[in-house]
Design a protein around this ligand. Structure first.
Ligand code: KG4
Ligand code: ZN
Length: 337
């Protein structure tokens, strides 16, 4: 069964072809970093316009690389939310056009389910597991009981972890996206030179908060600028900030496993590309006898292979599809539960 995945929820125009739910034949990702970097963040109108310009070429490339033709496709899986509405609409309407023109069924996929199931592109892990989805738009902890059965355990109350990386990156004058740039600087810095605050919230809470940390870094940088005897380098500040984010993520992840009595962990989403986070999760998991899995970096950041994978599993469990195209609407907010 050949599934075309299509992802345009944010600033990646991506298409992929997946065979039988586990064999990836192509994975084309066209990022828009060059477009948004000079603004220090994503400009939604420019994102939508760029998707329109590139989506057809990206699909063509993905199908060609898979050695297939459009008419060979058995299913079109497309992200329907959550995300930027103008961006989502481009993918969704392109999928509707293809589906109608080719008479091929289509299925709407929740972007978060894509992130959560990305690990299945590499290995079949057993349910149940605790998933930390940590990206530019989300910092969510889920209990995944089975395909399609997810329970939200905790989420950020303000900024997403990736968003805080991007905002702190901007304060430090780093290019967008801030995450990879901060990780590079942090490798050369001393995270212990200054301890930035960790927000654990009320006892037992599995929610997150990163806006206080962001403000703390801003205040610290202002003080440094005013010459308040602060000798820390950008490298030290990056390392200190990154450590603060990682400490809280790991702490809540382990607490969630203990609370739910689950020993399998999946960390996914753009921030899961961070090497220091992966190492910290691996170490914490090992010391508790838990098993931690991470998708390869290319499957952590936004991609269409994960959408094809989630679409395939949704199709298999639903067995039939609504032929009503109108029922498939783009949703800026779309809960996973
Ligand atoms: O999953 P993703 O590609 O898009 C969303 O669904 O949001 O995640 C993008 C986020 C950005 O905030 C980016 O700064 C962050 O992931 N990110 C990283 C790293 N690579 C990407 N954060 C920390 N370290 C990284 N290496
Ligand atoms: Zn994402």
């Amino acid at each position: 069964m050949l599934v075309l995945g299509l992802e345009t929820s944010c600033d990646e125009t991506a298409a992929a072809v997946l065979k039988d739910g586990d064999t990836l034949l192509s994975n084309v990702i066209n990022d828009q970093i060059g477009i948004h970097s000079k603004y220090g963040g994503i400009v939604p109108e420019l994102a939508g316009r760029s998707h329109i310009e590139r989506v057809h070429r990206v699909i063509e490339e993905a199908v060609k690389e898979a050695g297939a033709q459009l008419r060979d496709l058995d299913l079109i899986a497309v992200t329907m939310g959550p995300g930027l509405i103008g961006s989502l609409l481009v993918g969704l309407n392109t999928a509707k056009g293809l589906s109608y023109g080719l008479n091929t069924p289509m299925i709407g996929v929740n972007h978060l389910e894509g992130h959560l199931l990305a690990i299945f592109l590499q290995k079949k892990i057993q349910f149940p597991f605790v998933a930390l989805i940590v990206s530019g738009g989300h910092t969510d902890l889920y209990l995944a009981a089975n395909f399609g059965q997810y329970k939200l355990l905790g989420r950020t109350r303000d900024d997403a972890a990736g968003e805080s990386f991007d905002k702190v990156g901007k304060m430090l004058g780093l290019p967008y996206p801030g995450g990879p740039a901060i990780e590079r600087l942090a490798r050369k810095g001393n995270g212990k030179a200054h301890k930035f605050p960790r927000a654990y919230l009320e006892k037992g809470s599995l929610d997150f908060s990163f806006s206080g940390l962001k403000t703390s870094v801003r205040t610290f940088l202002q003080q440094r600028e005013q010459g308040n005897r602060i000798t820390l380098t950008d490298e030290d500040i990056s390392a200190g900030f990154q450590d603060a984010v990682i400490d809280v993520l790991v702490d809540k992840l382990i607490s969630a496993c203990k609370k739910e009595k689950i020993s399998r962990i999946v960390v996914t989403g753009g921030v899961a590309a961070n090497g220091a986070l992966r190492e910290a999760v691996r170490n914490a998991a090992q010391s508790h006898g838990f098993e931690a899995s991470f998708p390869d970096r290319i499957f952590c950041t936004d991609n269409a292979a994960m959408i094809a994978c989630a679409g395939y599993h949704k199709f298999v469990r639903q067995k039939s599809l609504s032929a009503d195209f109108k029922a498939l609407d783009a949703k800026a907010n779309l809960p996973l539960e």
